[in-house]
Write a protein that binds this ligand. Structure first.
Ligand code: HEC
Ligand code: HEC
Length: 161
């Protein structure tokens, strides 16, 4: 009896895992999700002015370039201690996007200038981006209410007026 129960629940567990796998893998392959373990220095230091972007959204060479020029970071100074730079850089590179659409280095090493970003947002009217309420495309959380949790699902989008 016990044994029978075990077998049954094990196969249910298997089915559950298969479902979770099927649902979550495309997003991971797309580089949208945060790795399960987020480096704490990254969360502390790289989310002060914008969200902590998922590393899979840029290819390794882009992250390397960003991390070697933090004193001239998109018009601001985002410098860190050399040891922190090394740590964050290594983590970003290790988790960088390798999925084919993310492999191309976008202009200015901007997520917001990559081809996949343009494609995912092509239905948004150009006028929307110019709204005062939408400070910048780089502030993902303005529209993606769950961006901090790495959720960019279109059902969690709310565009401010
Ligand atoms: C002092 C504020 C500040 C800190 C700290 C900071 N950034 Fe930025 N970052 C900016 C600004 C400003 C922009 C440009 C945003 C815009 O265009 O609206 C930017 C843009 C970016 C972009 C490009 C976003 C896009 O347009 O796709 C990336 C990637 C990025 N930062 C990564 C990092 C990383 C990695 C760190 C930590 C090492 C970091 N940032 C720390 C201010 C900061
Ligand atoms: C002005 C509002 C706005 C901003 C800011 C914005 N997005 Fe989006 N995003 C949207 C909308 C709307 C969609 C849904 C498009 C559709 O499928 O109809 C979307 C779709 C996406 C998708 C595809 C989701 C899916 O389920 O296919 C991704 C990934 C994404 N955005 C990432 C980002 C990232 C990363 C940033 C910041 C660097 C960002 N977005 C900034 C409005 C925005």
């Amino acid at each position: 009896m016990k044994r029978h129960f075990f077998v049954k629940s094990a196969s249910l567990h298997g089915l559950f895992c298969a479902l979770v796998w099927a649902v979550s893998v495309p997003a991971v392959a797309d580089g949208r999700l945060m790795p399960a373990q987020v480096l704490s220095v990254y969360k502390q230091e790289c989310a002060a002015c914008h969200m902590a972007y998922p590393p899979g959204m840029l290819p390794a060479p882009s992250w390397r370039r960003i991390m070697t020029r933090l004193d001239r970071h998109y018009g601001t100074d985002a410098s860190l201690e050399p040891a922190q730079v090394q740590q964050v850089s290594a983590w970003l590179v290790a988790n960088a996007g390798t999925y084919q659409r993310v492999r191309v280095e976008p202009p200015e090493d901007r997520i917001t200038r990559s081809a996949w970003f343009a494609r995912k947002h092509r239905e948004l009217d150009a006028a929307v981006w110019k709204r005062v309420s939408i400070k910048s495309a780089a502030q993902c959380g303005t529209c993606h209410t769950q961006a901090e949790q790495g959720n960019f699902d279109e059902h969690q989008v709310r565009i401010p007026r």
